[in-house]
Design a protein. Structure first.
Length: 69
């Protein structure tokens, strides 16, 4: 089912960081959209919960060089 979740992303400091987090999350099969926000240190993700788990999202963020808390 399609789900929307906001995750806390640690370590974003500039718009390039934001773009890197978004691209890495969107690269996952089953993710529809990802919007990261520098002010709130979050990323809002729309995804198919049958295909993508919380740990998949955390891994994608880590691969981009950031951390989920
Ligand atoms: Mo911006 Mo982020 O220069 O790791 S890309 S701080």
């Amino acid at each position: 089912a399609t789900e929307e979740k906001t995750i806390n992303v640690v370590g974003m400091h500039c718009p390039s960081c934001v773009a890197a987090v978004e691209l890495s999350i969107k690269d996952l099969d089953g993710v529809e959209d990802a919007k990261a926000d520098l002010e709130t240190n979050t990323a809002k993700v729309t995804f198919d919960s049958d295909k993508v788990s919380d740990s998949d999202l955390a891994e994608a963020v880590q691969e981009a060089g950031f951390k989920v808390e």
